[in-house]
Design a binder for this molecule. Structure first.
Ligand SMILES: NC(=O)c1ccc[n+]([C@@H]2O[C@H](COP(=O)([O-])OP(=O)(O)OC[C@H]3O[C@@H](n4cnc5c(N)ncnc54)[C@H](O)[C@@H]3O)[C@@H](O)[C@H]2O)c1
Length: 367
């Protein structure tokens, strides 16, 4: 290793075999204990989506919502008069009638709240990114294991029709061996006051990449900068995988236009996922390049293949609903979620490495 490289700790092992279509192939809940009672902490921007989707599930009941803000609690009460609004965390964390806690608060609070919930015997659903440090993530994983409780990290996109379809195509070999995964998630704002664009937006792309490329990353390089409040507002993260697979994520809060596009290149075919398209979000291009050596040493025989383009059908179900249904199912049937604490930890490690590399102006961080 040369002086430009910095080691970080090992990435946790991925599941050898992940369920093919998470959540949808769920078994029926066992008779008798068919309802999971949930307390939700945090009812700001994302919390209402979590509460609405939990409430829509047959085998789930939201018992209480806790928020520090009385405005937020008024909103809860207006929509759900049957749910107990509270400013007291203990009303959720220690309530005997609550089986699971959803932590939908800012990143820096995730660890303390999830830890308190696990210590009180509750399963936890924790927003992305799982924790602020990998050490915190490891502690929560260990605690949950000891108490035989579930952790699910909200990696929402894994449960949308597009990512499920992409995973199916890649697993089925439709693209051939992978060359690269290149994801762009840019728009104007929303500036966060407590985290950089890496910790706010990149968890989406990194969790998707972690799900599609099942090999362990080898190294990370990240560049970018901050222009307004001291937190990075744009970042270009490159991830090196075995077999010459390159991952790349471009996240930016200073873009005049919104782009949500992922390119996945394989030896046989190439895929474009534009999440802003209403229909035909995914297109598969039968395009590729072959290079062979000609007679002379400097003769390169390059042939380009340009065939059909097709758009597979992508399911339009709300990802968060599928995910929360899967959370409830994992609790009722004692199953380990594919987006468990280990998956959350893998993403946090990539975020830490990207953060470090960016601050060091593109230093290579090896795993
Ligand atoms: N999965 C996704 O697609 C997605 C989308 C948006 C946000 N998120 C995540 O959701 C989390 C919350 O984000 P947000 O945009 O809703 O934030 P927000 O600031 O809009 O809302 C957070 C709420 O939590 C409350 N709160 C904070 N600390 C509290 C505490 N100790 N006790 C009780 N209430 C507390 C605040 O009063 C606020 O109402 C973040 O981790 C974010 O990364 C995920």
């Amino acid at each position: 290793m040369n002086s430009n490289e910095t080691p970080v700790l090992d990435l946790p092992q991925k599941e050898a075999a992940l369920p093919k279509v998470p959540g949808l192939a769920s078994r029926p809940a066992p008779k008798g204990s068919a309802v999971v009672r949930v307390g939700v902490i945090g009812y700001g921007y994302w919390g209402p989506n979590v509460v609405r989707n939990l409430q829509s599930l047959d085998n789930c009941q939201v018992v209480a919502v806790c928020d520090k803000s009385s405005d937020a609690l008024r909103r809860v009460h207006r929509v759900y008069p049957q749910i107990r609004p509270t400013t007291d965390l203990a009303d959720v964390l220690t309530a005997p009638e609550i089986d699971a806690v959803a932590v939908v608060t800012p990143v820096w609070t995730h660890f303390e709240l999830a830890k308190a919930a696990l210590e009180n015997g509750k399963h936890v659903f924790v927003e992305k990114p799982f924790t602020s440090t990998s050490q915190q993530a490891e502690e929560l994983i260990e605690l949950a294991q000891r108490r035989n409780l579930k952790i699910m990290v909200d990696h929402t996109f894994l449960f949308g029709g597009a990512v499920r379809k992409i995973r199916e195509l890649v697993d089925g070999g439709a693209l051939g061996p992978l060359y690269y995964f290149d994801s762009t998630r840019v728009n104007l704002g929303l500036f966060q006051h407590d985290v950089s664009v890496i910790w706010d937006l990149a968890p989406h792309d990194l969790s998707i990449m972690d799900h599609i490329i099942t090999e362990k990353p080898e190294a990370v390089v990240s560049t970018g900068g901050h222009h307004l409040n001291g937190y990075a507002d744009m970042a270009f993260i490159t991830i090196y995988y075995p077999n010459n697979i390159i991952g790349h994520v471009n996240v930016n809060w200073l873009s005049p236009v919104k782009i949500r596009t992922t390119l996945i290149g394989g030896k046989d075919k190439m895929l474009v996922w534009n999440d802003l398209e209403a229909d035909e979000k995914i297109k598969i291009y039968d395009k590729g390049v072959n290079i062979a050596n000609g007679q002379g040493v400097y003769d390169l025989l390059v042939s380009y293949r340009s065939g059909d383009v097709w758009a597979p059908k992508v399911e339009q179900t709300e990802a968060l609903r599928v995910e929360l249904g899967y959370f409830v199912d994992c609790i009722l049937n004692d199953r380990t979620p594919l987006n468990d604490g280990q998956a959350g930890l893998r993403v946090v490690r990539l975020l830490e490495a990207a953060d470090y590399s960016l601050k060091e102006r593109g230093k290579l961080v090896r795993f």
